[in-house]
Design a protein around this ligand. Structure first.
Ligand SMILES: C[S@@+](CC[C@H](N)C(=O)[O-])C[C@H]1O[C@@H](n2cnc3c(N)ncnc32)[C@H](O)[C@@H]1O
Length: 314
């Protein structure tokens, strides 16, 4: 098995291996060596092969974990089928979708909100770039009668698969749309009957090349639309594992201090590091990209803003 470190999460620390003693469990979490949220009680990390193994204690049966397995584990309670690809073909995560292409420049048709949500007057959360949709499904399942969830995703196959999963889960408070958020967000949310209470933009595609930066989803018109459509006390949650992307988003939302305040200015219990990034994930669930990034040892840069209640004149 080579050199490996055995970490026992739920037992006293005395039994842990060398890596823990040298660096501490929390630093191993930060480095992505061990993923928080795993339920298996044992973990083994092969330093030379950069992989984590969770040994299920019953019989020490070993389960090899790669970061997609961590995603499956963290979302195990959704109990989603994995063979939807038979119906949809292989759901490949295509790297390059150009949101500026002419085919994606037309706003999508606004749905009949009464058809998509059981109660379309509930407060709404919109996730921009919802990816597989698991994160939003997890939230929707927990908040069945209090909130609706709308996922906007530019890759159609991901939306089709999410639709299959939503049907399977029997949820009536979540809807996914194949849409370019840049062109469709405003029209969609401005026609929604209830209040827009939360918008999330989580690990948006970084489009690393400078000439492709204009494809990034957080641009001034979208930011203005989010802020204008948010209900008072509505929130915006942004995060990225790419500092440059996180800073660009942060600059956009920081530039509206008369309308938006960062959450640590409002709630003293919310803590940030010295650079103003949130110390922890405020949603209680990691997104898929977040799981992959933390597994690779990346830091996640997060901010949450809240819209101010405008004071009446006079
Ligand atoms: C890196 S993934 C992150 C997915 C998910 N938020 C997460 O954290 O796991 C970014 C997602 O945003 C989608 N996306 C990129 N540009 C978009 C746009 N203009 N409108 C809607 N979705 C977009 C991509 O297709 C991709 O699924």
């Amino acid at each position: 098995m080579g050199s490996c470190v055995c970490l026992r999460q739920h037992c006293c620390y005395g039994g842990l291996g060398g890596a823990f003693q040298r660096r501490g469990l929390s630093s191993l979490f930060r480095e992505g060596v061990v993923a928080p949220g795993l339920t298996a009680p044992f973990y083994q990390y092969h330093r030379n092969r950069r992989r984590v193994e969770a040994c299920v204690s019953t019989g020490f049966k070993e389960l090899e974990l790669r970061s997609p397995d961590l995603v499956a584990l963290e979302y195990a309670d959704l109990n989603l089928t994995h063979n939807v690809s038979q119906e949809l073909g292989h759901v490949r995560i295509r790297q390059h979708v150009n949101p500026l292409s002419s085919s994606l420049s037309v706003p999508v048709e606004v749905p009949d909100w009464n058809q998509v949500f059981r109660d379309p007057t509930l407060p709404l959360m919109v996730d921009i770039g919802s990816g597989s949709g698991r994160f939003l499904m997890w939230l929707a399942k927990r908040n069945l009668v209090v909130r609706n969830y709308l996922g906007l995703e530019i890759r159609q196959k991901l939306v089709k698969r999410a639709d299959v999963w939503v049907k399977e889960l029997g949820l009536s408070n979540i809807h996914f749309m194949y849409a370019n958020a840049t062109t469709s967000f405003n029209q969609l949310v401005s026609t929604y009957p209830g209040p827009l209470m939360l918008v999330s933009i989580l690990c948006p595609d970084p489009y690393f090349k400078r000439k492709h930066h204009k494809r990034r989803v957080v641009q001034k018109p979208l930011v203005d639309s989010i802020v204008n459509n948010l209900a008072p006390r509505g929130q915006v949650f942004i995060q990225s594992d790419v500092l440059d992307v996180a800073l660009e988003m942060r600059n956009q939302f920081d530039s509206l201090p008369h309308v938006l305040k960062h959450i640590d200015e409002i709630e003293s219990s919310v803590l940030c590091d010295s650079e103003g990034w949130l110390l922890s994930n405020p949603m209680g669930k990691r997104t898929e990209r977040e799981i992959h990034a933390e597994f690779e040892g990346a830091k996640i840069y997060r901010r949450v803003y809240q819209k101010q209640v405008q004071k009446a004149l006079g």
